[in-house]
Design a protein around this ligand. Structure first.
Ligand code: SF4
Length: 323
């Protein structure tokens, strides 16, 4: 079993069962509850942080002259945009002293929603427009951390988004510990993640590879900075089925001479089924994994690809929405 470093996650307080919503309620998020033992949460409720009481009047975002969004109390129209912006900016500066590996915010909130917040024409009984936007607090966080995973609890109900989120936060948390060590540790990290990165982007994998092999003249600090930049690029896209298939065929090549015709045919059939969206990626990957164990391939046994996050977090449900 792989040992995982706990990632630091910025979290909307109400998702951590803290009753800070405008109506005095909290949000029960089974996802957050499951993740809690495996992560360090930094919680924040921007509305409470600027001094609003709980319970309080609901807020909304209104569009002014079709060009500007303002945060106002839904009933009275009192405008608290500047106060929220000032808080969000100072909060994100404070956050820079902490290493944050991922963000989970409450969807649809006029402060925390990342992209699905309703925009109203005015306060009072006015209806919502067809436009959606980011909450004021979320907007500042997205600006400051363009390279880390920022999701809301609704999107994380989607299987692909969730698995990708977990892979990113646990890989980044591990990389942060490498940053405090040596070039040897960086090479080890790179080698152990090679097939994971190959699934994401062969192009960026080659760039990372070049960095760790041509490291003679570069200082460790600048090497790590450059490596981190490419690592963030690698992890910022979703692995595509074709890339996964190519990577699995690469792994298959390690064993093809040792396998019977039936075993090869069985694997290739399952790979084709994965390509046709009839079985998940985990099926052909598990077949390869059994061969890695059976043939005791030490190099492949150390690959993170076979366990990119703690297995207790595996959840096969899928909302089917998002990505
Ligand atoms: S969504 Fe954000 S602002 Fe609203 S209660 Fe939750 S943490 Fe507070």
């Amino acid at each position: 079993m792989r040992q995982f470093i706990k990632p630091n996650i910025l979290l909307s307080s109400c998702l951590d069962d803290i009753a800070c919503r405008y109506d005095g309620s909290s949000v029960r998020s089974p996802f957050v509850k499951r993740l809690k033992p495996y992560a360090n949460f930094v919680t924040v409720c921007p509305e409470v942080a600027i001094g609003l009481p709980t319970p309080r009047q609901a807020l909304r975002i209104i569009s002014v002259n079709d060009s500007e969004h303002r945060l106002v109390f839904s009933k009275t129209g009192e405008d608290i945009t500047d106060k929220m912006k000032a808080f969000s900016e100072s909060f994100r500066e404070e956050l820079l002293s902490e290493e944050i590996h991922g963000v989970i915010l409450k969807g649809r909130s006029p402060c925390c929603g990342i992209k699905d917040v309703k925009v109203y024409k005015a306060c009072g009984k006015s209806s919502a427009t067809s436009k959606k936007t980011s909450g004021l607090f979320a907007e500042k966080i997205l600006e400051k951390f363009p390279h880390i995973a920022v999701e809301d609890e609704g999107r994380l109900m989607n299987y692909t988004i969730r698995e990708h989120f977990f892979t990113r936060i646990f890989t980044l948390a591990e990389f942060q510990t490498i940053k405090k060590k040596s070039i040897e540790e960086l090479i080890k990290f790179h080698n152990e993640n090679k097939f994971l990165f190959m699934a994401y982007s062969l192009f960026n994998l080659k760039k990372l590879e070049k960095l760790v092999t041509d490291n003679k003249t570069t200082s460790l600090k600048s090497l790590l900075e450059e490596y981190e930049g490419h690592l963030n690029k690698v992890l910022s896209v979703y692995p595509r089925p074709l890339r996964n298939i190519n990577m699995l065929l690469h792994l298959f090549g390690y064993f093809s001479k040792e396998l019977s015709q039936h075993e090869k045919a069985f694997f290739l059939d399952n790979l084709a089924s994965y390509g046709n969206k009839k079985v998940p990626f985990s099926v052909p990957l598990a077949i390869i994994h059994t061969w890695v164990i059976r043939f005791e391939n030490e190099y492949l046994l150390g690959q993170t690809l076979f366990e990119t996050f703690p297995s207790d977090l595996i959840e096969v449900t899928d909302s089917g929405k998002g990505v």
